[in-house]
Design a protein around this ligand. Sequence first.
Ligand SMILES: [Zn+2]
Ligand SMILES: [Zn+2]
Length: 169
Amino acid sequence: MRTNNFLRLNVGFLLKEGVGYSREFQFGEPHAQVADDLDVTNLRGRVRLTRTPQGLYANGQIAGDVRAECGRCLEEVSQPLTARIAELFIYPPEHAARGEAVVGEEGFINLAPIVREDMLLSAPMQALCRDDCKGLCPQCGANRNTETCACTDETSDPRLAALKSLLEK
Ligand SMILES: [Zn+2]
Ligand SMILES: [Zn+2]
């Protein structure tokens, strides 16, 4: 597994070029750790870096899959995530305002924090193994995608059960 070092790019050669010069970086990692809390498989994408008067503009997209748990049936699912990158890295760094991304003194930029943040922001609140996942039976816990349990829908809804017992009186 690769650590996130591969998202740290040596861009010193780009800083020597004129405004408008650009270079594309491609990424392809079977399994990479983007951050301590983000392991990504099948990471791929491309980012174009363009020299601007202010520094370097990074524009592109990096996608990958993370392992998650289906919010209904708890099965492990592969959740696709995409990070969209559109960030200006200021150079020289002393021209940057507080909070702005910079090209480091040694001529490196690090895309890892941006990729991490955007991937986590793009993650759905609840992962699903499939849109029509039937989930677990609330009574016996059976996975309704793969097994049919003996519990009936009638008794699985407590409001219906209460109504039924009223009617039976
Ligand atoms: Zn599911
Ligand atoms: Zn059941």
